[in-house]
Design a protein around this ligand. Structure first.
Ligand code: CA
Length: 698
């Protein structure tokens, strides 16, 4: 049945609410630890990575490598207010739960697409100027015993009644005075819900993870990933131990180490594994000038799930200085390696190595390069430490390093298929150019609420369309080698799903949803969904029928900041409808004809004379406060309007109304009232300079 937001859907929400009835009266699934741990059940998708193992492997076999080419649209739901859709929906007893736009939670009938309820946490209103530091994206929700948990961009954790969408409790998990945001999915176990946060590029942030009582929202424990100011006393001996690995006055810069993505609970070992973030700022010469490993940056840390106490850690990047965080997904499997069964933790962080860690002990089992890297040659198996290449720390010179800040693998979900024994990893090949020339490392201070990582401003020069590449890699985690790979368009890709139907699903930047044979990589399906895909697909059943669902809406870092490298796909601001699509083998719906890709044309403004000196001044301001949303070099990737094409910018009055007066606040554009009139004018000249024909650019 076709169902965009239409009369049918509205009526269903008003009079039917069948999903709710099924839950309340039908003795539906009790979503507890046993349910989330159950690898064999196939109807539901109960947690971010499907089960606690986070393998994103479904045993479903109705859709296979031989019939997947027959997949048709069963229903779709238009999400006109959303832009970046990067999340993994949950499915519980025939209801899909997901977030779209600014954390608007949707409950939708999984068989028809009819909207059952929506909950809008009013993020734009609540976040206010805090919207400067994040886009409209969320990677997912948690579910526990009849409640849905949403973590909002502005830092709240909210519990909703899954049957009705009614708010049950709501806690602020961050200090609103500090530039924290949340994009990650909460996780639930043992009647607790955990959530971390992000923000290391925007100010003096000290990373942590908090557990709350699932029923009441009361805080159960908090684990800090980096030590605070010694003068305040350390919380415990773990923090004192971590402080031994820092130098200088790191606490003034926060230290970083935010827990913004990879988390999973292991019910068998009763351990919680967390992936930690990069330093704040990236540049270690500022953050910890005498060096040191800087624990627990860029690490996998095992914690006691009841108390948050430290159990073990493995650090992937000692003394990090490139934004090589270790936040990426943590996938658990038992692997037969050299004649013994290893309780493995699989992890492919930004730094480019694929790690197998013994999750009982935290001991490194193996690590091999998953992609191109120039910062290190290998991991020394005696010490477990990477062997760095001299010069890669950009000491006194500019250094192009592989990978760049986007990493070889980012948050895009990898999946593990126990049938093929392979891990399907979306990988990126894009260098970074690092330099701290012109920065006084002794006096550097972060720009509160502006992007500044203690290296030269990154969002100034446009990024060429061929600056990087990406690929789906099928990786053998036991032999630590590549088995097959499929090129992805551009340098930013989507997460994966794998099934017992010998399939791997992955969306592309071009708007095609692809399926590959899991064992050989042969492409067996390509379906044009009309907009770029960043989210991973999920699969579930209703009344025994297998569905495949995916959120369609180009999103994530490169989709915002990526300049021409990203803009070439044509997903211009609000030009293409975002939607949730559900497929099946007997679907009968058809998507509306897609709008063609749109490449914004810079506006000619002959009356506006660019002053090059002013433009040069505005460049740094743009990099700190604008580029993160409006794109590197003022080439938008589609999250926010392309300012080169904006009629607002050439008008000093209109531009000031937006920047100082907040006239576009309702659309998600925060005001920047702290900027001086001169700074706004300089910004205007820089943006208009970037709008000039290429041959006129300096
Ligand atoms: Ca980072």
């Amino acid at each position: 049945m076709k169902s965009s937001v239409n009369l049918h859907a509205c009526l269903a929400a008003l009079v039917c609410g069948c999903g709710q009835m099924a839950y309340a009266e039908g003795g539906g699934t009790v979503v507890d630890g046993a349910a989330i741990a159950d690898e064999s059940q196939t109807a539901n998708w109960l947690s971010y990575g499907r089960t606690y193992s986070e393998t994103r492997f479904s045993p479903l076999t109705q859709i296979t490598d031989t019939n997947v080419s027959q997949l048709k649209v069963d229903w779709y739901l238009d999400l006109p207010d959303a832009r970046m859709l990067v999340g993994t929906p949950l499915v519980v007893d025939g209801v899909i739960y997901f977030e779209a736009g600014y954390n608007v939670v949707h409950a939708v009938d999984a068989a028809t697409g009819a909207v059952l309820w929506q909950y809008d946490p009013q993020v734009i209103e609540t976040a206010g100027e805090r919207l400067r530091i994040m886009w409209d994206q969320s990677r997912g929700l948690a579910f526990w015993k009849g409640k849905v948990y949403s973590a909002t961009i502005d830092g709240r954790l909210i519990a909703l009644d899954a049957a009705t969408g009614k708010e049950l409790w709501n806690v602020m998990t961050v200090d609103p005075e500090l530039p924290f945001f949340i994009t990650g999915a909460p996780r639930a176990f043992k009647d607790k819900v955990i959530i971390g946060n992000g923000g290391t590029e925007f100010g003096p942030i000290r990373g942590y993870l908090t557990a709350y009582d699932a029923d009441t929202g009361e805080q159960a424990w908090r684990f800090f990933t980096v030590p605070g100011n010694p003068a305040d006393g350390f919380e415990d001996e773990t923090q004192a131990m971590a402080a031994e690995t820092w130098t200088g006055e790191w606490w003034k810069h926060g230290g970083g180490g935010t827990v913004w993505h990879g988390l999973t609970y292991d019910p068998e070992l009763d351990l919680l594994f967390i992936g930690t973030g990069n330093g704040a700022p990236w540049n270690q010469r500022i953050r910890s000038p005498g060096g040191g490993d800087n624990l627990f940056l860029c690490s996998v840390v095992a914690l006691d799930p009841d108390t948050g106490e430290y159990r073990w850690h493995y650090q992937t990047v000692p003394g990090e200085t490139w934004d090589y965080n270790s936040n990426m997904d943590i996938v658990l499997a038992d692997l037969d390696i050299e004649g013994r069964t290893v309780k493995a933790l699989m992890h492919a962080p930004k730094n480019g190595f694929f790690y197998i860690i013994d999750r009982e002990t935290g001991k490194l089992v193996s690590a091999e390069p998953l992609g191109h890297m120039t910062w290190a040659t290998h991991v020394d198996m005696e010490t477990g430490r990477p062997v760095e290449v001299a010069g890669s720390r950009y000491e006194d010179h500019r250094e192009d390093v592989w990978p760049g800040p986007l990493g070889v693998h980012s948050w895009h979900a990898m999946s593990y298929n126990p049938g093929t024994g392979l891990v399907y990893v979306p990988t990126i090949d894009l260098p970074g150019s690092y330099v701290d020339e012109g920065i006084d490392v002794e006096k550097w201070e972060s720009t509160d609420w502006g992007f500044d990582a203690g290296v030269a401003p990154p969002f100034v020069a446009d990024i060429a369309t061929d600056a990087g590449t990406s690929a789906l890699k099928a990786w053998d985690p036991v032999r630590q080698e590549l088995v097959w790979e499929a090129a992805n368009p551009g340098a930013w890709n989507a997460g994966t799903l794998t099934t017992a139907g010998n399939l791997v699903f992955q969306g592309h930047a071009t708007g095609e949803l692809k399926a590959y044979r899991a064992d050989s990589g042969e492409e067996v399906m390509s379906f044009d969904v009309g907009a770029g895909i960043s989210a991973p697909a999920i699969t579930y059943t209703v009344d025994g029928k297998q569905h495949l669902a995916v959120l369609v809406g180009w999103g994530g870092a490169l989709a915002a900041i990526g300049g021409s490298l990203n803009a070439q796909f044509g997903w211009a601001y609000k030009a293409h409808t975002r939607r949730l699509i559900s497929f099946s083998l007997d679907g009968t719906a058809a998507l509306p004809e897609a709008a063609p890709p749109v490449i914004p044309e810079p506006l000619e403004a002959p009356g506006f004379k660019v002053d090059e000196a002013l433009a040069k001044e505005g460049e740094l301001t743009y990099s700190k406060i604008c580029g993160f949303c409006h794109g590197t070099g003022v080439v938008s990737g589609g999250f926010a309007p392309d300012l080169r094409a904006s009629a607002v910018v050439p008008s000093s009055v209109s531009f000031a109304e937006v920047m100082h007066g907040g006239s576009r606040r309702a659309m998600g554009m925060p005001s920047f009232s702290g900027l001086s009139k001169e700074e706004v004018t300089a910004l205007q000249h820089y943006i208009r300079r970037q709008a000039l024909p290429k041959e006129d650019l300096p």
